[in-house]
Design a protein around this ligand. Structure first.
Ligand code: SAH
Ligand code: SF4
Length: 370
């Protein structure tokens, strides 16, 4: 890989290669390409991920001469912590600024029972689900692998959890399978034992079900847990609230889930946003049981996090409980997500960065500000 130079009116600026976007073998090759010994790549990777150090000058097990050479050739960019909001339940929402000034959100959810980081894979999202604030933004851009893994670096070091076992859920902004390569590369970088060593069984990828990408995921050597955002039990109903199902019908999604390879004791989680009077009837619950017949499944019910600009309501607790009971009575494993961080709008589907330039989708006129 080359170090590019370009000129501006202010003179030549050198764009240094960003090591944060490279996995460990790629860092080793980048060093070798510049005549530096490969094995230093492992040390640098360890500094970045395990110790949270991105300033070459502080990498004290490298010689002074090497540190200077590294600083002249490379940079290591990290999402900048712009602000942090702590909810009354301890959930912490991080607003992070990327190199191009775009902002994303990541959330630390303590004790669920594990410590969990919820991270983003895109700025905005192209999928346009009718009940989701991020969907209202439209897709602004994909995140790079370094930006995805970088959120975990920032949160792990800020919370002091680096080096401990924590969980990651890809349930922040964006559709991970719509940014497949960067997402999978980030998971490899995070799994690396020289760094944070996050085993894929501690990672859950949540997707609306982009079928070709799901088929590809089924063949991955590093397999995260799978969560499918289902939300409806008939094709017609799903098309109304999850537009991508016009392209990938419900029956096909279920068929792919049926043949998805699962490790022992693992199950596919089916997420189901409960929208008052839309998909929360007893008939829906019974259809859901039938639909999931033959799949090692568990169901996570997400009573809607209502917000201005979202044209749906949250069902009453009684309706939610009645729905859950029908599933549980038919021996489905079911949980109801207690929404965390609602007072700081850190809950699912509430991640949106206000003040981003409006996308075409937004210009359609949905007022999303409170
Ligand atoms: N794009 C992926 C992952 C991010 S969304 C996906 O859709 O699966 C993570 C979860 O939050 C999804 O299950 C999504 O349906 C849910 N969600 C989105 N908006 C929500 C809202 N307003 N209330 C409750 N859950 C919501
Ligand atoms: Fe995108 Fe997921 Fe929101 Fe749908 S629910 S718009 S896929 S982030």
């Amino acid at each position: 890989m080359e170090v590019e130079s370009f000129s501006t009116g202010l003179g030549a600026i050198s764009a240094l290669m960003n090591l944060a976007d490279l996995d460990r073998p790629e860092i080793e090759s980048a060093l070798a390409d510049l005549g530096m010994p490969r094995f230093h790549g492992r040390q640098i990777f360890h500094w970045i991920y395990a110790r949270g150090v991105t300033d070459f000058a502080r990498m004290t097990d490298l010689s002074q001469a090497l540190r200077q050479k590294l600083a002249a050739s490379f940079t290591i960019s990290t999402p900048a912590l712009e602000s942090k909001q702590v909810s009354s339940d301890g959930t912490t929402k991080y607003l992070l600024r990327l190199d191009d000034g775009r902002r994303i959100e990541a959330v630390f959810i303590p004790d669920t029972p594990a410590q969990t980081f919820c991270i983003s894979t895109q700025v905005g999202c192209a999928m346009g689900c009718a009940f989701c604030l991020t969907g209202k933004m439209g897709l602004v851009r994909n995140l790079t692998a370094g930006e995805i893994a970088g959120q975990v670096r920032v949160l792990a070091h800020d919370t002091g959890l680096a080096g401990t076992a924590f969980n990651i859920v890809l349930m922040g902004m964006g559709e991970p399978l719509h940014n497949y390569d960067a997402t999978m590369k980030a998971l490899r970088m995070l799994a690396d034992e020289q760094g944070l060593g996050v085993h894929p069984k501690r990672v859950t990828l949540s997707t609306v079900g982009i079928l070709p990408a799901l088929e590809r995921l089924a063949r991955e050597p590093l397999m995260p847990n799978l969560a499918i955002s289902l939300h409806a039990t008939t094709n017609a109903a799903r098309m109304e609230i999850v537009p991508v199902s016009r392209k990938y019908p419900l029956e096909d999604l279920i068929a792919v889930c049926k043949r998805f390879p699962l490790a022992k004791r693992r199950r596919i989680t089916f997420e189901y946003v409960l929208l008052d009077g839309v998909n929360d009837t007893p008939e829906d619950a019974r259809r859901l049981v039938k639909l999931l017949d033959g799949i090692k499944a568990k169901v996570n019910l997400l009573p809607l996090n209502a917000a201005p600009g979202i044209d749906f309501g949250r069902p009453s607790d009684e309706r939610v409980n009645a729905f859950a009971k029908i599933l549980a009575d038919r021996d489905l494993i079911v949980s109801v997500r207690r929404s965390r961080g609602r007072d700081i709008r850190a809950a699912c589907g509430q991640l949106i960065v206000e003040g981003e330039r409006r996308s075409a989708g937004q210009r359609l006129g949905v007022a999303i500000r409170e």
